[in-house]
Design a protein around this ligand. Structure first.
Ligand code: PLP
Length: 387
C-alpha cells in the first residue's frame, strides 16, 4: 500500500481551470478574485466582513493588532494547539498564557478558564484577548466563553483553523455570533485550501477597517480615513505599521472553487470518522467524544492510547504505524513546553491535562480522498500493532 498521509488536499479539474483562468487574466495579486473569495466565505459562514490574507498565522497577527494587543497586555489560548495561536500575541509584544484543556473535547476547559479569570482579576492580570481554538474541528463552548467576555471584558478571537464547515449550536463556525473575530486557515492539510492562505471574519466594521490596514502596510487610499487633506490623485497615507500579508488572485481562485465542495468535504469527513469510531471499538483506546451542541468539521481524528492496557509504549506504537506506511501524526506538542516558551517561564507540569493527552494521542489519516481500502488498512494495522 502506498504511503497514507494524515491529511492531504483534494484538487479537481475545476479547481485547476479556475487557477488557469486567473493566470490568463489581468490580475495576479490581490484583485477581484480575492474579493469574490472573501464574499463567498462570508456568505457561507453568515458573517458580515472577511479579510483574506496569506496564512492563518498572518490572520492571527492582524486580528491581534486589530484587537489592540500591545506590549504589557496579556492574551490566553489553549496549550493544545499549533504554536501560531500563541505566537501572534508575542508578535505584538504581549504576554501569552494558557488555559488547560478539557479531558473530553481537548479544547480549552471552560471551568479552568473561569477559575483562572477569577484569580487573574484578583491579581490585576486579566487578559485583553482570548483565543479559543476549535480543536480537530469541534467548537469550544462559545456561549459560556462569550458570557465570560462580557463579565471580564476581553476580546475573543476564535482560531477556527480546523473548523470551517462546522457548526456550534445553530450557527456556522465563522459567524462570529459569540466572538469579535474568527480566523481560518487554508493550508493544504486543512478543510479547504489555497496552498497557503488564511482569513479573518468579523461583524464589527471598526475591526474590519483595521484589518484592511494591517493587511497592506497600514496604507489607506480612502479619503474619509485620511488624517490630512489629499495631495492629489496619486496620494495615499500610511496610518499604521502594517505588513504585506495579501493573498493572491491565483490562490483566491482556488479558494472560491474549493468552497463549492466544502459541504461534500465535511460530509465525507463525517463518514470517515463514523467508520473509525465503529471499527475501533473494543480496542484499548479512547475515541473522540462529540459534543451534541456542535457539528465538527472533523479536521483531525485523534485516538488516545490506554497505556495501562497496552504492552507497548506510545512511541513504539507510533513508530510501528509509520513503518507500516501510515502517516500518523501528533496534534499537539503542548505549546508551553516548546523551548521558546520554556525560556519565557513555562515548564512541564504547568498544564497537566494537555501534557497527559500529549503522551497518549495519535492522529489517524483523515481527509476527503482517503479511500475505504486505505482506511481499512489503517484500522487493521492499528489492531495488529495494539496486540
Ligand atoms: C494550521 C494552523 C494555524 C496556522 O495556519 P497557517 O495557515 O499554516 O498559518 C494556526 N492555528 C491552528 C490551530 C492551526 O491548525
Amino acid at each position: 500500500m502506498k504511503y497514507i498521509p494524515y491529511a492531504r488536499q483534494n484538487i479537481n479539474s475545476e479547481d485547476i481551470q479556475e487557477v488557469i483562468e486567473v493566470l490568463q487574466s489581468d490580475w495576479l495579486t490581490g484583485g477581484p478574485m480575492v474579493e469574490r473569495f472573501e464574499q463567498t466565505v462570508a456568505d457561507y459562514c453568515g458573517v458580515q466582513f472577511a479579510v483574506a490574507v496569506n496564512s492563518a498565522t498572518s490572520a492571527l497577527h492582524i486580528a491581534s493588532l486589530a484587537a489592540g494587543l500591545h506590549e504589557g497586555d496579556i492574551a490566553w489560548t489553549s496549550p493544545n494547539t499549533f504554536v501560531a495561536s500563541a505566537n501572534c500575541a508575542r508578535y505584538c509584544g504581549a504576554n501569552i498564557d494558557f488555559v488547560d484543556i478539557d479531558r473530553s473535547t481537548y479544547n480549552m476547559s471552560v471551568e479552568k478558564f473561569e477559575g483562572k479569570l477569577i484569580n487573574a482579576q484578583i491579581q490585576g492580570r486579566l487578559p485583553k484577548v482570548v483565543i479559543p481554538v476549535h480543536f480537530a474541528g469541534q467548537a469550544c463552548e462559545m456561549d459560556k466563553i462569550s458570557e465570560l467576555s462580557k463579565k471580564y471584558n476581553f476580546i475573543i478571537i476564535e482560531d477556527a483553523s480546523h473548523a470551517i464547515g462546522g457548526r456550534y449550536q445553530d450557527s456556522k463556525i465563522g459567524s462570529c455570533l459569540y466572538s469579535d473575530m474568527t480566523v481560518l486557515s487554508f493550508h493544504p492539510v486543512k478543510i479547504i485550501t489555497t496552498a497557503e492562505g488564511g482569513m479573518v471574519l468579523t461583524n464589527r466594521r471598526d475591526l474590519y477597517e483595521k484589518l484592511l490596514l494591517f493587511r497592506s502596510h497600514g496604507i489607506t487610499r480612502n479619503l474619509s480615513q485620511m488624517e490630512e487633506p489629499s495631495q492629489g490623485p496619486w496620494y495615499y497615507q500610511q496610518l499604521e505599521l502594517g505588513y504585506n500579508y495579501r493573498l493572491t488572485d491565483l490562490q483566491a481562485a482556488l479558494g472560491v472553487s474549493q468552497m463549492q465542495r466544502i459541504d461534500e468535504f465535511i460530509n465525507r469527513r463525517h463518514e470517515i470518522a463514523a467508520c473509525y469510531s465503529q471499527n475501533l471499538q473494543g480496542l484499548p483506546l479512547i475515541l473522540p467524544w462529540q459534543n451534541a451542541n456542535a457539528y465538527s468539521a472533523w479536521h483531525l481524528y485523534v485516538i488516545r492510547l490506554q497505556l495501562d492496557k497496552i504492552a507497548k509504549s506510545h512511541r513504539v506504537i507510533f513508530e510501528e504505524l509509520r513503518a507500516a506506511g501510515i502517516g500518523v501524526n501528533l496534534h499537539y506538542i503542548p505549546v508551553h513546553t516548546q523551548p521558546y516558551y520554556q525560556r519565557r517561564g513555562f515548564k512541564w507540569g504547568d498544564f497537566p491535562q494537555a501534557e497527559q493527552y500529549y503522551r497518549e494521542a495519535i492522529s489517524l489519516p483523515m481527509y476527503y480522498g482517503l479511500r475505504a481500502d486505505q482506511q481499512n488498512y489503517v484500522i487493521n494495522k492499528l489492531r495488529e500493532v495494539l496486540m
